[in-house]
Design a protein around this ligand. Structure first.
Ligand code: NAD
Length: 496
């Protein structure tokens, strides 16, 4: 931990002193008060206390932000790609320089552990660097159409883009959309989630300091219904990148239809970690532990189902249970194994899912209850929970719980494993464990998921395209494919 980080942590934990909170929306390169002056409160999930307020954006604020973004787009798209590359590289450096404040702020606002928040900031800096490198490489193709024509394509920026951000990864979800959009020459209006408004504002300021012209990146805070809804239907917005729940994603899809606005949907998941009979049982137990309990299970791609071959079930489960019972949870700034649940409201949802499984007589091997910080007795926490031997039609297998709750399914063959793994409406990621690479690859071919990792769960970095099938959504973020949403291909042919 750097001295600055240690100081910020001690200021908050020992003296209740918060870092300076960004104030207002970020529009046209500066912080501005919301048009109504109405404010919402944001809470620290680690202790349940209010940390501050933020502006409640409405249609007028969105109108201002989109107008500013349109103006910014005309400047940004005409800039030399190499200049955009330099600015994004500079932003990456500045974000790393500001890691202490951004990660501490994120921990306090979201409830995650500091280590997780720091990882998120570093990932975001890498995303900026990766897409900085793409800014001057978005070339078209020259196309052979015979002797009397010459033809080529160019990739042009789509225009103003809207980014709707969820609360579980407020920093990196913001950057993973904004970085490729900026690299492609697009401008941005982003709406962070109502429980985690601050880090997008901090990063918008960092982008501005790095040289992104005024108006190119705007952030309007507030509710989905009053700020998100007018943003996605604004006809000046040419692409919407929505990350959030399936229900809201469906609403957004319907809302943008009349304008025929381009759309990326990054929705939920119920991703399986599949362990075949010849797996390394210790690797499976360790992989399954962090697949579900990282970020207290509040990850769209969490390994929330363990599809386990009968012959290794007992061995894996005894190891996994021992590891799970050893986990510590508490305020994220003290860096326990597991942080908080992001809101009181969401904690209630996690509890309801587990209560329903309990009511159906399902076997809860460990956890299963709402709890508090093990040191202070405060905050919004849920015990790390494992529910064993669930059937495919169990709600705990079919529904995204988005908390530290692992659903275990037992199978008797590789064919059963494929069927069980594919038997949900989602298709985001999957893990496959086997010592036989041919067996594992055969499974990988059959599994319906956007990203598959063999003999690990979290191998996917920023270079690998990420996104879902089925109700997990469509479109890909990260990697080279992450640029597709933000460019449109133009063909030009010339008769000679
Ligand atoms: P949510 O759908 O409740 O909210 C997401 C965002 O949408 C918030 O900013 C919210 O204010 C906004 N919103 C709400 N109504 C809107 C409307 N009518 N128009 C425009 N915007 C609106 O989701 P959440 O609870 O914040 O996030 C958790 C969900 O996000 C989980 O389902 C999780 O799986 C998913 N998620 C997916 C990914 C991914 O990459 N696939 C990543 C992170 C989270």
């Amino acid at each position: 931990m750097t001295d600055t980080t240690a100081q910020l942590v001690s200021d908050y934990l020992d003296h209740g002193k918060l870092p300076n909170l960004p104030n207002g929306h970020f529009i046209d390169g500066k912080f501005v008060a919301g048009s109504t002056g109405e404010m919402l409160q944001s809470f620290d999930p680690g202790n349940g206390k209010v940390i501050g307020t933020f502006a409640t954006g409405n249609a007028k604020d969105i109108d201002d932000a989109v107008a500013s973004s349109q103006k910014g787009f005309e400047i940004w798209r005409r800039m030399k790609p190499s200049q955009r590359c330099d600015i994004l590289n500079k932003a990456s450096e500045l974000l790393l320089k500001n890691e202490a404040i951004v990660s501490v702020m994120e921990t306090i606002d979201s409830g995650k552990t500091l280590v997780e928040a720091q990882g998120d900031v570093r990932n975001s800096a890498r995303l900026l660097q990766y897409y900085a490198g793409a800014a001057d490489k978005l070339d078209g193709r020259s196309i052979n159409m015979g002797e009397d024509l010459t033809a080529w394509t160019s990739r042009e920026p789509v225009g103003v883009t809207a980014h709707i951000i969820p609360w579980n990864y407020p920093t990196s979800t913001f950057v993973r959309g904004v970085a490729p959009a900026l690299a492609a020459g697009c401008s941005v209006v982003a709406k962070p989630a109502e429980t985690t408004p601050y880090t997008a504002l901090l990063i918008a300021e960092i982008l501005s300091e790095a040289g992104v012209p005024d108006g190119v990146v705007n952030v309007v805070t507030g509710l989905g219904s009053t700020a998100g809804a007018p943003l996605v239907v604004d006809p000046r917005v040419k692409h919407v990148t929505f990350t959030g729940s399936v229900g809201t994603g469906v609403n957004v899809m319907q809302a943008v239809a009349p304008n025929v606005t381009r759309l990326t949907l990054e929705l939920g998941g119920k991703s399986p970690l599949v362990a075949l009979s010849d797996s390394d049982v210790e690797a499976v137990a360790e992989g399954a532990l962090w697949a579900i309990f990282s970020n207290a299970g509040q990850i769209c791609s969490a390994g929330s189902r363990l599809v386990l071959h009968d012959s290794i079930h007992d061995d894996v489960m005894s190891r996994l249970l021992e590891k799970t019972k050893g986990l510590k949870w508490g305020h994220g700034l003290r860096n326990p194994d597991m942080g908080a649940i992001n809101s009181d409201l969401h904690l209630g949802r996690v509890k309801a899912h587990v209560d329903a499984a309990r009511d159906r007589g399902r076997s809860i091997l460990t956890g299963g209850n709402v709890t508090t910080d093990q040191e202070t007795g405060q905050g919004w926490f849920f015990e790390p929970t494992i529910i064993d031997r669930l059937a495919t039609d169990d709600a705990a297998v079919q529904e995204e719980i988005f908390g530290p709750v692992l659903a275990v399914q037992v199978v008797k063959s590789d064919e059963d494993a494929i069927q069980a793994a594919n038997a949900t409406e989602f298709g985001l990621v999957a893990g496959v464990y086997s010592r036989d690479i041919s067996r594992a690859l055969r499974l990988a071919r059959e599994l319906d998921a956007g990203q598959i990792t063999i003999n690990d769960y979290w191998a996917g970095g920023i270079e690998l395209p990420f996104g879902g099938n089925g109700k997990s959504g469509f479109g890909r973020e990260k990697g080279w494919e992450g640029l597709d949403a933000y460019t449109k291909t133009k063909s030009i042919a010339v008769r000679l």
